[in-house]
Design a protein around this ligand. Structure first.
Ligand code: UDX
Length: 429
């Protein structure tokens, strides 16, 4: 099949590369010349393990092509995916201008029969608007079916999540579109759930909000465990053994961040409000997540007292390991609050420092992770990168001025650290 992706962010680029690798001819339409020129050379704008190789391989095989033009990509395509961003505006609602704008451009370039599907996370009801735009803008004789196909990939494991998802959701009640989309997804061995637009749109928000809820639940249990002297990791392991609960997304720490959970929880609260439903359960999920970040600073004060002039080393800035993404990373809040208290921050992240520099003025970024420990009064782990798990702690001990560690992702064994003489504080234990 020939398919087009409009948008080359995480979702667009990864899915396009995977579908090209399945043997389809895939166009990717971008809007920034510099980015499209780079993509043509296989230079990708994001850090995602395995993606650059996959993109290069499929460019070479002439299955993957980057362009700024809607023609000939759209008229040639059997399926067109809208995969542009829907960033939150101040109210928490998603900004739909990109989605609606590209819908118009796609509409004008349609020819023959085409299935247009949205991959972007959009509020319930948006797909009806997109369908209307396509119908209004398409040239005479062109036929279009419309579908919503939400994406569930995670950064850092985006390729395997796309090739092996838990399910494929196809939101379309049009049998012709369903047939083509089922065929396109055939190489993916996962159950297919067919439903209408609204249900597909809500599945995406409901899934991400539920995962955020699990994390906030884990962080609440962690806080309570600290107060009771219990070990939250064991409590959560114990409840996770119940198959009805499951053991995933129950790791307490400095809270969730990234481009999806914070945005989607906010958007679902806002969607509910629009329909006079107060989704206060999710408001509490947000509060707990905010508090999880805050608690890191409270623990720092507990260890050092007045933070003025104290030297704090931060290990990890990205919102999670294996990505350079800094969007809504807990480190941004935590470092801002620590700085506001007067401490001096030195930070290291294996790949996110480039993106972090603009967001964090006044921070001393270092390119060697051991340098964060030099003369430090406190070391804080905010992202669980593998290299931090393998730190030479004896070397760290020699470098630090005072042996305090806040392990915001519970990557170390408390006993090992305490035996080495560190004052260790984790989350929930
Ligand atoms: C998420 C969803 O998992 C994915 O299905 C969706 O398509 C996009 O949003 P992503 O944002 O890439 O993916 O990251 P994810 O691995 O889900 O982690 C999100 C955040 O939650 C990270 O900050 C992570 O540190 C945090 N987290 C995750 C926890 O704090 N505890 C956990 O148990 C799991």
């Amino acid at each position: 099949m020939t398919i087009t992706f409009v948008g080359h962010g995480y979702v667009g680029l990864v899915t396009a590369a995977v579908f090209a690798d399945f043997g389809n001819k895939v166009y990717v339409i971008g809007h920034t010349k510099e980015k499209v020129d780079n993509l043509k050379k296989g230079i990708i704008p994001i850090f995602e393990p395995g993606l650059e190789e996959l993109v290069k391989k499929n460019i070479k095989a002439k299955r993957l092509e980057f362009t700024m033009d809607y023609a000939p990509a759209i008229p040639e395509s059997d399926v067109v995916f809208i995969a542009v961003g829907t960033p939150p505006i101040k109210t928490g609602d998603a900004d739909l201008s990109a989605v609606l704008g590209v819908a118009e451009q796609i509409g004008r370039n349609l020819s023959g029969y085409t299935v247009v599907a949205t991959k972007s996370t959009v509020p319930i009801g948006t797909n009806k608007k997109v369908q209307l735009i396509l119908e209004e803008t398409k040239p005479e004789g062109a036929e279009v079916s419309y579908a919503s196909i939400p994406e569930f990939l995670r950064e850092g494991s985006a390729i395997s999540d796309t090739v092996n998802p838990d399910r494929v959701v196809i939101g379309s009640e049009d049998p012709r579109a369903q047939k083509i989309l089922i065929k396109l997804h055939e190489p993916i061995k996962a159950p297919v759930l067919i439903t209408n637009f609204e249900t597909a749109e809500l599945i995406k928000y409901a899934a991400n909000s539920f995962l955020a809820l699990k994390i906030s639940y884990a962080n609440s249990i962690a806080r309570l465990s600290e107060l009771l002297g219990a070990n939250a990791l064991k409590v959560l392991e114990g409840i996770g053994m119940d198959r009805r609960i499951g053991n995933q997304f129950l790791y307490p720490g400095a809270g969730y961040g990234g481009s999806c959970f914070p945005k989607d929880v906010k958007a679902l609260i806002s969607i509910a409000k629009d329909h006079n439903y107060s989704f206060s359960l999710l408001e509490e999920v947000e509060n707990v997540n905010h508090q999880a970040r805050r608690d890191i600073v409270i623990k720092a004060r507990g260890m050092l007292g007045d933070l003025r002039g104290k030297k704090i080393g931060v290990l990890g800035l990205a919102f999670k390991p294996n990505t350079d993404d800094m969007r809504d990373a807990p480190s941004i809040d935590v470092i801002t609050w620590l700085k506001n208290d007067g401490s001096k921050i030195t930070a290291f992240d294996p790949v996110a420092m480039g993106n972090a520099t603009a967001l964090m003025p006044g921070i001393n970024f270092v390119t060697d992770m051991y340098k964060v420990a030099e003369d430090a009064d406190l070391l804080i782990v905010l992202t669980e990168w593998n290299e931090f798990k393998e730190l030479d702690l004896k070397r760290i001990k020699k470098l630090m001025r005072n042996l305090n560690i806040i392990d915001g992702r519970n990557i170390y064994e408390p006993k090992t650290l305490r035996d080495l003489g560190f004052n260790y504080v984790g989350v929930g234990r």
